[in-house]
Design a protein around this ligand. Structure first.
Ligand SMILES: Cc1ncc(COP(=O)(O)O)c(C=O)c1O
Length: 427
């Protein structure tokens, strides 16, 4: 048995499904959990010493690649001084100040995950408006708080259905689920239910149904309509914040509350949310909305975040990561054309998805039309060629500033071969 197989076997006995987060099971590509033991720049190594070009990038944080020396050093230095105090530390102020200056958020609060950020932003929106109903978009993921694990209802009902066992329908029914990119559906919702709606939560660029950019008219309605009805707009920038550029994506500057995570913690557990002072001061201890965290503002996560933001502030890592991602996009597009498979490449900045659908999807219903069996075969072929892709058609690939031209060339060459094999298999 290989080393990886031994670890998987041990993990299967300890953890449900052998993992601590479902997508790591690789089930949707018919694979086995990847056992990672080391990462450096754009590459990772498994427990058997095999090396891979990595486009999972820990699902978003690693815009500087794995183990950037400045980040590792910052974590080590801070760890020597103590890892947690349950008290205010200068590190929180340092990272908070950088984020506030770059985003314009007047006040923010650090939490330990994106899930906590969105969950609390919603509690805050409900308290601020005195309303209970939340609007989300089908295919957007905002973490696993009960009220956000909701999928679209059928027929005329836009009120949601529970998308996980254990989420009471009574909670799911407080969340309406609308199609992403559908300006008319959003307008229609507010015409009918505007007065009950506390908030609309949205990923400005959807990254959890594969990468789906927003249409301008959709953004325009998001910016205007909730506010007109006294509802708040929550921009979930857990993926896009500090990933597309230094600060927020810039797509929804009117958002009342913004959620952050991933990049701002440099690969350590983090989340944050923020907004105007008058709204944020509703939070305890200033106001009546309760929220807390034993390890919130943890010195290690703060130190990692400061080091990452200092490297990003020059703008150079964004230029580099985007240049590499464009190279990857072009290479994949050529490979798709040559192999004549029905597929499309979507890229925004350093994020990318290869959809097994001739036209890029505009919403989740279209994304679900992708040939997921073809994606699974493609994933396996890329894996065998030493390229680690996110293990689902509905995830985004992350390119880092620490990938090299050689990494991208290896991926493009592997994709050419994999797509030609797919084409041959379909004849
Ligand atoms: C857009 C978005 N929001 C929220 C979350 C939840 O973050 P976490 O996994 O840190 O709880 C994620 C996680 O992937 C995400 O992509």
């Amino acid at each position: 048995m290989s080393e990886s197989a031994l670890w998987r076997e041990a993990a299967r006995r300890l953890f449900p499904g052998g993992v601590n987060s479902p997508v790591r099971s690789f089930r949707s590509v018919g694979g086995e959990p990847f056992v990672a033991v080391r990462g450096e720049r754009g590459r990772v190594w498994d427990a058997d010493g095999r090396e891979y070009v990595d486009f999972i990038g820990a699902f978003g944080p690693h815009i500087l690649g794995h183990a950037p020396p400045a980040v590792v050093q910052a974590i080590a230095e801070v760890a020597e001084q103590g890892t947690a105090f349950g008290a205010l530390t200068p590190h929180e102020v340092e990272l908070g100040r950088r984020i506030s200056e770059a985003t314009g958020l007047e006040r923010l609060r650090f939490v330990n995950s994106g899930t906590e950020a969105t969950m609390t932003a919603i509690r805050l929106a409900r308290a601020a408006t005195g309303r209970n109903v939340i609007v989300k978009f089908d295919g957007c993921y905002h973490g696993h708080a009960d009220g956000l694990l909701v999928r679209g209802g059928s027929g005329l009902s836009t009120f949601g259905l529970s998308d996980s066992a254990g989420v009471p329908e009574a909670i799911a029914q407080l969340t309406a689920v609308l199609p992403f990119n559908d300006a008319d559906a959003l307008k229609g919702w507010f015409d009918a239910h505007g007065e009950e709606t506390a908030a609309v939560i949205v990923e400005p660029v959807a990254g959890n149904m594969g990468l789906v950019p927003p249409r301008e008219e959709f953004l325009e309605v998001l910016r205007r309509i909730p506010r007109r009805h006294g509802a708040l707009l929550i921009a979930d920038e857990v993926i896009t914040g500090f990933r597309l550029r230094y600060g927020l994506s810039g797509l929804l500057p009117e958002a009342d509350l913004v959620c952050l995570g991933k990049v701002i913690g440099g690969g350590l557990p983090i989340g944050a949310f923020g907004g105007r002072a008058d709204l944020m001061d509703l939070l305890a201890p200033s106001g009546p909305v309760y929220q807390a965290g034993t390890l919130a503002g943890n010195p290690l996560a703060m130190a990692a975040g400061i080091a990452v933001l200092d490297a990003l502030a020059t703008g150079e890592p964004y230029r580099r990561a985007e240049q590499l991602a464009r190279h990857l996009e072009n290479g994949l597009e050529t490979a798709v054309r040559r192999a004549a498979v029905p597929a499309s490449v979507v890229r925004v900045g350093s994020m990318l998805t290869l959809f097994f659908r001739a036209q890029p999807p505009a919403n989740f219903a279209e994304a679900k039309e992708c040939d997921t069996a073809a994606f699974a075969r493609f994933h396996r072929a890329m894996f065998d060629a030493g390229v680690l892709l996110p293990p689902s058609q509905f995830e985004t690939w992350f390119v880092s500033a620490a990938h090299t031209e050689a990494d991208i060339d290896q991926a493009v060459t592997a994709a050419h071969r994999a797509l030609l094999e797919l084409h041959a298999g379909s004849e």
